[in-house]
Design a protein around this ligand. Structure first.
Ligand code: 5AD
Ligand code: SF4
Length: 443
């Protein structure tokens, strides 16, 4: 067993990757006593948790490995591990491009890392394990460690939707839901460490399904109802969602419990039915609007955010204009937009890409400008309102301040005290800044 060994982890990509990285650290701490370091030069293991959603994220992997090559030259004993979606997709190709890599593991084999480290210590030769496992990974997860009053919990991994542009079903595999009891147990463990807000994670949480003890189905809406009964949990968030599985029973839970935040991330991707069809999203703009209308009947002030893909093959100016229109039509709050990126092996990669890079960039600029205006409009409407925030800790910018988040995920900085951390407080919004709000505690 190694002792006083140091692990340096670099994580690219989504919240699930962040969650996986925190589990990797706990696993290696428990098995080998690893401590985390922020200094790559002093590490015994350099670990890269990768993302392949867009080409740019993938390029970052080899740039990072190039930097680590220099470190390995100085310290040949250092172990370099590459995990996540690029590892899953590229496998041995990573090694062919970077011969100094020791371990290549996938999103579903990270729990085997302690054994892989043992193996590599015995025999220095490449280990690749990027297989898909069912619930094996989750069954081997260590006890969760809360980092504050809010925590992430993965409930489902993988995706069966096969949107024509997306690489996720190939890298994360098919949908695997965790048994609902394991999820409730993990949340119970987190509440004992002071967690008050849970953020449920999955490539598509709406597809969640497991069986109860009676053999009944536990759908996503049922899981939400079960979690809402946990006294210590006051706020429930979840991401990400898919319109075709955002069904009536989920909408009804918004009526059943106010613990579900007044905010929903429901990616529409495009405002054009023609493009949605090419993307194989399985819904029309009309159907999307219907969901939002139903939801707004229950929660008139709910904030809705979305993802948008710009410049999908075949998107003409009229399609783009429809995406522009849908942003103000739905009145989206803060949203994300990306230029379409051709991913190898996906059906869309075979489509003729007829839009110039310049045109794509121009469309992205226009869309982001509009999204920023919308976000600002939303923030301005919050001025002088009273917001309930969960105080997470000392403010990042000014250590005399504390910060918390509103239901629609705005960061609020305010003058407070350490005893407020982990509690919900009411603040009045007194100033609007581009990336945060300023609040004042109500006396
Ligand atoms: N190109 C650009 N954006 C993509 N996304 C997924 N795949 C691609 C791609 N090939 C975006 C979608 C998704 C978000 C997580 O990433 O908008 O909702
Ligand atoms: Fe990708 Fe579509 Fe699955 Fe989301 S729903 S992960 S965009 S295939």
């Amino acid at each position: 067993m190694l002792t006083n060994k140091k692990l340096y982890i670099k994580t690219f990509g989504c919240q699930m990757n962040q969650y996986d990285s925190s589990k990797i650290f706990s696993l290696l701490k428990n098995s080998h006593g690893f401590e985390k370091t922020e200094n790559a030069e002093e590490a015994d293991i350099l670990l890269l948790n990768t993302c392949s959603i867009r080409e740019k994220s993938q390029e970052k992997v080899f740039h990072q490995l190039g930097r680590w090559k220099k470190i390995k030259k100085i310290n040949p004993n250092i172990i370099i591990c590459v995990g996540g979606c690029v590892a899953s997709q590229e496998g041995k190709i990573i090694y062919q491009r970077a011969k100094y890599v020791d371990i290549i593991f996938g999103p579903q084999t990270l729990h085997r890392l302690p054994n892989m480290i043992n193996e590599i210590n015995k025999k220095r030769s490449l280990i690749i394990d990027i297989s898909f496992t069912k619930n094996e990974k989750f069954n081997n997860f260590p006890k969760p460690h809360a980092k504050g009053p809010t925590a992430f919990v993965t409930i489902i991994e993988g995706c069966n939707k096969y949107c024509s542009y997306c690489i996720v079903p190939y890298t994360r595999g098919k949908e695997v839901s965790r048994p609902y009891k394991d999820i409730l147990f993990e949340i119970a463990q987190l509440t004992k460490q002071g967690v008050r807000e849970i953020n449920l994670l999955g490539q598509n949480v709406n597809a969640y399904h497991s069986k109860t003890i009676n053999g009944d189905n536990c759908s996503f809406s049922k899981l939400l109802r079960l979690i809402s009964k946990i006294n210590e949990i006051d706020r429930i968030r979840f991401t990400t969602n898919h319109p075709i599985e955002f069904t009536e029973d989920i909408i009804e839970v918004y009526n059943y419990t106010h613990k579900i935040v007044n905010h929903l991330h429901l990616p529409i991707q495009s405002g054009s039915d023609k493009i949605l069809k090419k993307m194989k999203r399985g819904y029309t703009v009309f159907e999307y609007k219907n969901i939002i209308n139903k939801l707004r009947k229950i929660r008139p002030n709910i904030s809705i955010s979305s993802d948008f893909i710009i410049g999908f093959p075949g998107e003409d100016y009229d399609d783009f204009k429809k995406t522009i229109d849908i942003i103000s039509d739905i009145n989206f709050d803060a949203s994300y937009s990306f230029i379409y990126s051709k991913r190898p092996g996906t059906p869309a990669s075979k489509l003729k890409d007829n839009i110039t890079q310049n045109e794509k960039k121009q469309r992205l600029y226009l869309i982001q400008k509009l999204i920023n205006q919308q976000t600002m409009k939303y923030s301005k409407n919050m001025l002088n309102s009273i917001q309930k925030i969960l105080v997470e800790g000392v403010s990042r910018k000014n250590t005399n301040d504390f910060f918390g988040r509103t239901e629609n995920n705005r960061i609020v900085n305010f003058k407070g005290s350490i005893d407020m951390v982990g509690n919900f407080i009411n603040v009045k919004i007194i100033n609007i800044l581009p990336n945060s709000l300023r609040g004042e505690i109500l006396t």
